[in-house]
Ligand binder design. Structure first.
Ligand code: PEP
Length: 251
């Protein structure tokens, strides 16, 4: 049985006070959510404080990105996965489409970051997803397969136990246009198949595959009713404690 994961990506929102306020409001609202893992991903600067505030709660902490390696040294502006671990993170998002689109993230850097995250004993949430033009030209599956093969290259089936895939069609992120449950299921099934081909049936069966793209309280249940949808990566609707809690408590 795959335990669902509901993860909130706070992107570049919330100063420290607001982040603490949201977390304090969220904690009691999701305290009984034993059916899924709850993860939030605030900005780097608030991670340690939020980690302290989360002590004793069932909410796990993720960073939104990490450096490609863990060697301390002359890497101005980078944050190593071991430092994220040190700040209280258990997860890190890698390869978000905003990083691929605007900050030069490639399948190769996603691969390095995933390996570095695993070396620091973090779980990596590896994002994949096609642009609208790629879907409309019938290339969505090829794009996602290439991202998966590149991002997971060199990782063993064992390594994949600490990898979560987030399928986030770029045309659905922040647009209010959610993939239909059938579109999500179709791609999630395809992703599971790809992992089966590269890493074997056990790795494929155990892999949690999250859907991301305009997930809201009113569409989470139908998405979660699909057999290969194992959770959600939520942007906008994770910023308010009440709406994120409704998504977490989808059933
Ligand atoms: C995201 O940022 O990963 C995301 C899915 O955003 P939104 O839920 O706002 O579409």
């Amino acid at each position: 049985m795959r335990k669902p994961v509901i993860a909130g990506n706070w992107k570049m929102f919330k100063l420290l006070n607001e982040a603490v306020e949201t977390v304090l409001a969220l904690k009691p609202l999701v305290a009984n959510a034993n059916h899924c893992e709850v993860v939030i991903a605030p900005v780097f600067t608030v991670l340690k404080t939020i980690s302290d505030r989360l002590e004793g709660s069932n909410i796990k902490l993720a960073a939104q990105d990490c450096a490609i390696q863990n060697d301390f040294g002359a890497h101005t502006g980078e944050v190593a996965p071991v430092m994220l671990k040190d700040a209280g993170c258990s997860h890190v998002i890698v390869g978000h489409s905003e990083r691929r689109q605007f900050y030069g993230e490639t399948d190769e850097s996603v691969n390095w970051k995933s390996m570095a995250a695993l070396a620091a004993e973090l779980t990596a949430i590896v994002c994949v997803g096609e642009h609208l033009a790629e879907r409309e030209s019938g290339n969505a599956e090829d794009v996602v397969r290439t991202q998966l093969e590149g991002g997971l290259s060199g990782l063993t089936a064992n390594d994949l136990e600490r990898i979560i895939i987030a399928y986030e069609p770029v045309w659905a992120i922040g647009t209010g246009k959610t993939a239909t449950p059938e579109q999500a299921q179709e791609m999630h099934g395809f992703i599971r198949n790809c992992i089966g081909n590269t890493h074997g049936e056990n790795a494929a069966e155990g892999m949690r595959i999250l859907y991301g793209g305009s997930v809201k309280p009113d569409n989470i249940s139908t998405l979660m009713s699909q057999p290969d949808v194992d959770g959600a990566l939520v942007g906008g609707a994770s910023l308010e404690a009440e709406s994120f809690a409704k998504i977490v408590n989808y059933r």
